[in-house]
Design a binder for this molecule. Structure first.
Ligand code: NIG
Ligand code: FE
Length: 422
């Protein structure tokens, strides 16, 4: 019997229960003191307190992992990233610190399109190799599932190359990768002034190939003033839905355009960013159960106001948190920084933060039945922290407190031992 039992857990944070967790339920992280988790063949078979669980499962040849009175939580789900790209843009960071805005830089011909030029030139193997290194780093922060977006190719073959790189990383690395098609990230040079033609091109020439080869689960769009407007986004995502894709939007980031309302009308899985979301948008999303994916490191790096996490949660909404790791607006995959900003700048409680990075993140990538909580039947994607309770996560500000990462029931990372990630 291939059985592993985690014992001596000071605080077991299961995040169990109805998903997504909305409103006040985001404060209920399903916590047990003196916890115990039983794993068999990569899956969780029981989780609870030692007196409830241990004696039922202990047998002579099971393996015991002593968690030394530390806290144990589900693996993190980084549900919004753009981690496959070539090149970097440090000059833009310096320009922003000197006063330029993200859109100034984009309007002047920089931003996304400069990463597109480099990514088009890169080979598949080069993108995959970079992606593997980035996944190595994510694992050390406790990320066991990551969503990744295309959107730096903006033509059929280059978009497909990005998606294939994600597929390769998914196959070669312990980390699970959920692929999203973001061909509608911006209008490429070949289609300048013809954004509708570009969207038709994506719908007719690219998305059918993506679907046929099963290269993406979601379709996303940068719905923003001067990029893709509401009507265009509505049409494009409506067509993508007919093709069987789940929907996501970069919504209400720079201008309050009605992206959140659109996400609710379309029944999107998530709307992301939401720095400028309206109260009506918050209400509509809460009613329709659309996840609000908030990206505090992006607001931080763009020197923007943070999204209204309190308003969303207090209106009964479900919040997920993610890094938005990309070469422009958030060149960081730091989960500790996300947690620090969510606590200090967005007034989220530590329970809300953990829920937002686990089960609600899982909902944002439609994997809530497989991951995101420590419950019987789910994949054993579990973190052992080096602190007795989750209160230390924002308090030990910006510090990575992940000691061991268990992926599919196996310890794949240990901060204090030589390890292999792949
Ligand atoms: O989510 N806002 C649009 N897209 C990305 C940034 C992409 C880039 O600047 O390369 C984001 O922030
Ligand atoms: Fe993004």
């Amino acid at each position: 019997m291939d059985r592993l039992i985690l014992i001596n857990i000071n605080q077991l944070v299961t995040c169990k229960g109805k998903a997504p967790k909305k409103g006040a339920a985001m404060n209920d992280a399903g916590i047990f003191s003196n916890g115990c988790v039983v794993i068999e063949s990569g899956r969780i078979v029981a989780a609870g307190s030692v007196p409830e669980v241990f004696s039922k499962f202990k047998d002579s040849d099971c393996e015991i992992l002593d968690c030394s009175r530390n806290a144990v939580i589900p693996g993190f789900v980084d549900s919004h990233t753009h981690f496959i790209f070539a090149g970097s843009r440090p000059d833009e960071f310096a320009m922003r610190m000197a006063g330029s805005t993200y859109m100034d830089i984009m309007d002047a011909g920089g931003g996304i399109v400069s990463t597109v030029s480099k990514t088009r030139l890169a080979g598949l193997e080069e993108l995959t190799t970079q992606g593997m290194k980035r996944a190595d780093s994510m694992i050390t922060f406790g990320v066991t599932t990551v969503e990744g977006k295309s959107g730096y190719g903006l033509d059929r073959d280059s978009e497909i190359k990005q998606l294939k790189a994600m597929k390769d990383v998914n196959e070669r690395h312990f980390i699970d990768v959920v692929p999203t098609f973001l061909g509608a990230h911006t209008v490429p040079g070949e289609f300048t002034g013809r954004s509708n033609d570009y969207l038709e091109y994506l719908l007719k020439e690219v998305l059918p190939v993506v679907k046929k080869n099963n290269l993406a689960e979601f379709v996303d769009i940068f719905c923003e003033k001067g990029v893709f407007e509401i009507e265009q986004s509505e049409y494009y995502l409506g067509e993508a839905r007919k093709m069987g894709f789940g929907l996501k939007l970069h919504a209400d980031e720079i201008v309050s355009l009605g992206g959140a309302e659109l996400a609710a009308r379309l029944g999107a899985v998530s709307a992301d960013h939401l720095l400028k979301v309206s109260n009506e948008g918050i209400r509509a999303m809460a009613e329709m159960g659309v996840i609000s994916t908030l990206l505090p490191t992006t607001a931080f790096c763009l020197k923007e106001e943070y999204a209204d996490a309190r308003g969303i949660i207090d209106s009964g909404g479900a919040v997920a948190l993610a890094t938005d790791f990309n070469p422009g607006s958030s060149f960081t995959n730091s989960i500790p920084l996300v947690m620090a900003l969510a606590a200090i700048e967005m007034n989220m409680s530590v329970e809300e933060i953990i829920i937002a990075l686990t089960i609600n993140g899982a909902c944002a990538v439609n994997r809530q039945n497989e991951i995101g909580s420590i419950e019987a039947g789910k994949k054993a994607d579990i973190l052992i922290l080096e602190c007795p309770s989750i209160n230390y996560l924002p308090y030990n500000t910006g510090i990575n407190l992940v000691q061991k990462v268990i992926k599919d029931g196996k310890v794949v990372y240990d901060k204090y031992e030589k390890h292999e990630y792949r």
